[in-house]
Design a protein around this ligand. Structure first.
Ligand code: UTP
Length: 305
């Protein structure tokens, strides 16, 4: 049986929805509480048993490489100060040497193209893709990507993470065509995909979340995919063909998904994670409770402290 050993993490996007924050800083380095969003994705991949990590980067994304590299100066400082917990925290961020690769997408030509840029680093084997915009957690410490890898191992078909969304929101997502089937446990077969369907045209309410496991046949399909709107090569087009030719499985997320790809989602993710953080929960909860929601300026900082 072929194991899923490698993960591709595309981080070459412009992040225009966060301007001006992302003018000189990668959007994947924006922090949700105390970690950059890209670190959540890497941690999930490691927890899923992935051994090699391939980042698809671009111009201006060097801080991502630095973040996952060791910083010996900082480690020395923390050691001298006896801050051993912080030292461990730093060491934990860095994957084992030789296990991280960076390849560049020279032109931002869409997600499908970004994934294709990792072709020679992955080779002829199944692989995972994680979009750092989505932070996902399974309930009871379950790791969504780990479950997807298990589903892949059982069915030997590509797998996408999905979640039911409100009917009026289907137009914002890639939507699964499930042919009317209901999930068996947390898994369901997928017949096809529709990217951002028009109102009333969604084949189901199951939306794609940013986690995928692909069979290597996706490479040839991505190479054949013609650029669509804005000259972008869509991942969904290759997924649609893969579903028709090989079959595809949907892994239903039994947990939480935080969409950090736009400003409201990003702010909500910060509030949510702060309320789940043992050291911050109390202070943030009382801050929110005491805020005058209709007139925030009327809540003096002194009052809400
Ligand atoms: P988005 O679709 O959110 O695009 O990318 P974006 O350019 O990053 O953001 P906006 O829309 O301008 O605000 C989803 C993921 O795919 C990567 C992004 O870095 C992000 O992790 N991506 C997107 C690429 O690596 N290359 C691309 O050409 C497009």
């Amino acid at each position: 049986m072929t194991k899923v050993r490698k993960a591709v993490i595309p981080v070459a996007g412009w992040g225009t929805r966060f301007l001006p924050a992302t003018k000189a800083m990668p959007k994947e380095m924006l922090t949700v509480v105390d970690k950059p969003v890209v670190q959540y994705a890497l941690e999930e991949a490691r927890a899923a048993g992935i051994e090699e990590f391939i980042f698809v980067t671009g111009r201006g994304k060097q801080t991502i490489e630095n973040h996952f590299d060791r910083s010996f100066e900082l480690e020395d400082v923390l050691e001298e100060k006896g801050r051993l917990e912080d030292l461990e925290l730093l060491k934990d961020i860095t994957p084992p040497e030789g296990c991280v690769m960076y390849t560049r997408q020279a032109r931002r030509r869409g997600l499908g193209h970004a994934v294709l840029c990792a072709k020679s680093a992955v080779g002829d084997e199944p692989f995972a893709v994680l979009l750092p915009d989505d932070i996902v957690f399974g309930y009871n410490e379950r790791v969504p990507l780990k479950e997807m890898v298990e589903t892949f191992e059982e069915h030997q078909k590509s797998v996408v993470l999905c979640m039911e969304v409100a009917k009026e929101n289907t137009k914002r997502y890639g939507i699964l065509d499930t042919g009317g089937t209901v999930p068996q446990g947390d898994v369901l077969p997928v017949q096809g995909f529709v990217e951002k369907p028009a109102e009333g045209k969604a084949p189901s309410n199951m939306a794609v979340m940013g986690r995928y496991v692909f069979t290597p046949e996706v490479w040839a399909l991505l190479e054949k995919t013609e650029p669509g709107a804005g000259g972008e090569i869509q991942l969904t087009d290759a997924m649609e063909t893969l579903a028709k030719e090989q079959g595809f499985m949907g892994q239903v997320l039994d947990g939480i998904r935080l969409d950090c790809g736009d400003r409201p989602g990003f702010v909500k993710a910060n509030i949510f994670m702060a309320l789940n953080h043992p050291e911050l929960k109390g202070e943030i909860a009382s801050f929110i409770k005491e805020l005058d929601i209709d007139n925030p300026q009327a809540s003096s900082l002194e009052k809400v402290k």
